[in-house]
Design a protein around this ligand. Structure first.
Ligand code: B12
Ligand code: SF4
Length: 460
């Protein structure tokens, strides 16, 4: 079979990221098949590039990867659905080969996207087992019904109920096929991606990560992880930074410590960043991470209100966030906390409380996001309903945006735009750029706790 692997993602903020998931899928395809990857990230005219590839390669199957539903800034004003609909139209115009969709974005709402985009098949979640099984079934014209996580329209009309999947054993998976990665990810962005495990055991209310990866942490052997780290960095001067793509690096904590110990033992020096959670963070881990060249941690702190944290089922308190910050600070690891403002049920006062909490916490950096639900991309009425509070939040953020000159507020373009990032990269800064903004910023200006300011009272 001839298999076209298409990576639809064109987002380059905050970094252009290799299509790691599709590279894993590619490595799992049986060797007797011929496949080709078309990555649309750097294509100037993606539709033309897609049509030309299909005409030349003449595939028997087209596998289309959808990483993101939302755009990078979570503004609620832009999503990728129409773009993917257009890609499918081009594919349909060029070939009769069946279209299979998958990827993190697709997995967040597979049934809705099947109905909207009408690919022939969709695979939600991990695809290393399901995709090769689908290829075999299509080739041998056998039944699909036992293929895990496969979505299709039975009899062309009704949506199938996919067979439940057991999650894959990370120890038995082939490494992602990076020979297919466009070199510009490295030469222009300098960043690599590495996965040490899949799964997150927590149950934060809004979070889609466990839908994609499951709740059981399936870890890779630390030696295997570090072997891969050596492979992607040794002799590759363009790789200046590695992002550990685990949903949470420090859960389970013991595994994170073992990975750090292995990096230290092997004497690697490449800086890396990961997601860290206040649960499962301690002084020993902070110390090991610093010794293993961790250049920063990104923390989904989400709120400075205990009530909101409880409603979001974060499982930690504001005190846990403070403790993580202190431990990271003592170990010399910069921490960047993401806060979601205006989540369902949140009052404007909760939003103000969160802003005050950030002022008190004074983390190395903060990213402030006005809440956008992924389902808004498919439901204009829901988007409209949420827009009023979002606009109020964005106005508030706009008013306070100059106080901490290094905070990022993606939805209003504060410290989050392509030209700023280009300048930083040209000056030799790599990795998540929040790590450099603070050192380059003039400092805190006119800082005030919002709830004690007169404007805050008039707003309530
Ligand atoms: C790490 C990460 C980041 C890092 C990436 C760093 C790096 N160097 O790679 C950073 C912080 C930069 C980032 C940024 C963004 N991210 Co992000 N990110 C993640 C995270 C945690 C892991 C992604 C990953 O690499 N996974 C590992 C790979 C191996 O898994 P995978 O891609 O899912 O692939 C598997 C399956 O999906 C499937 N599959 C994949 N492709 C295909 C294709 C086909 C045809 C098939 C059949 C199957 C298939 O098989 C693969 C192997 O099992 C996910 C959440 C999660 N836990 O999945 C969010 C996630 C992908 N990000 C998301 C978003 C929105 C973004 C941003 C747009 C916004 C933001 N600020 O977060 C930007 C966009 C960046 C870009 N250039 O595209 C969303 C996307 C869905 C959505 N809601 O729109 C996710 C799902 C999180 C969420 N909010 O729900 N991200
Ligand atoms: S800790 Fe992070 S990945 Fe895990 S459920 Fe909560 S938000 Fe999702």
């Amino acid at each position: 079979m001839r298999i076209s692997l298409i990576s639809g993602n064109r987002e380059r903020l905050p970094d252009a990221v290799i299509p790691l998931g599709l590279l894993y899928v590619s490595a799992s395809i049986q060797k007797e098949h011929t496949s080709q990857l078309l990555d649309l990230c750097f294509e100037e005219r993606p539709m033309e590039a897609l049509a030309a590839h299909l005409a030349e390669f003449a595939p028997d199957i087209v596998a289309l990867g959808m990483r993101n539903i939302q755009n990078a800034d979570y503004s609620g004003f832009s999503n990728t659905i129409d773009y993917y609909a257009q890609l499918i139209e081009v594919i349909r115009g060029a070939t009769t080969a069946p279209v299979v969709m998958g990827g993190a974005g697709f997995s967040v709402m597979p049934e809705e996207l099947m109905r909207r985009l009408r690919p022939d098949y969709g695979i939600s979640g991990e695809a290393e087992m399901a995709f090769p099984a689908l290829i075999s079934a299509l080739e041998q014209k056998t039944s699909f019904s036992a293929i895990p996580n496969l979505h299709y329209f039975a009899g062309g009309k009704e949506m199938s109920t996919p067979s439940p999947a057991g999650f894959l054993d990370m120890g038995s998976l082939p490494r992602p096929d990076r020979t297919l990665a466009d070199p510009r990810y490295y030469t222009e962005y300098g960043i690599e991606s590495l996965q040490t495990k899949r799964g997150c055991p927590l149950r934060c209310d809004y979070c889609t990560y466990p839908i994609i990866e499951g709740r059981v942490g399936r870890t890779r052997s630390p030696v295997d992880v570090v072997d891969e780290l050596v492979e992607i960095t040794a002799g590759h001067p363009d790789v200046r930074h590695v992002f550990v793509v685990d949903s949470v690096f420090n859960l389970p904590r013991a595994h994170a410590k073992e990975v750090c110990r292995e990096i230290i033992k092997r004497g690697l020096t490449v800086p890396w960043t990961c997601y860290a959670n206040p649960l499962g963070f301690d002084a020993e881990l902070a110390h090991l991470m610093a010794q293993a060249n961790c250049a920063g941690i990104e923390v989904g702190a989400d709120s400075g209100s205990e009530e909101v944290l409880k409603r979001l089922r974060k499982g930690f308190t504001t005190q846990d966030i403070r403790t993580l910050h202190q431990l990271a600070d003592r170990a010399g690891i910069p921490d960047c906390h993401t806060f979601l403002l205006g989540t369902p049920g949140e009052s404007f006062d909760d939003v103000l409380q969160t802003l005050d909490f950030i002022v008190d916490l004074d983390p190395f950096s903060a990213i402030l996001m006005a809440w956008v639900d992924d389902y808004e991309a498919l439901d204009p009425a829901l988007a409209k309903e949420r827009q009023a509070l979002r606009e109020q939040v964005l106005k508030l953020l706009d008013e306070h945006s100059t106080e901490f000159s290094w905070w990022s507020i993606p939805s209003i373009g504060v410290n989050y735009d392509a030209s700023l990032f280009d300048v930083l990269r040209k000056r030799g800064h790599h990795g998540p750029l929040w790590q450099h903004l603070r050192n380059l910023s003039p400092g805190k200006t006119n800082v005030r706790r919002v709830r004690s300011s007169p404007e805050a009272h008039s707003r309530k």
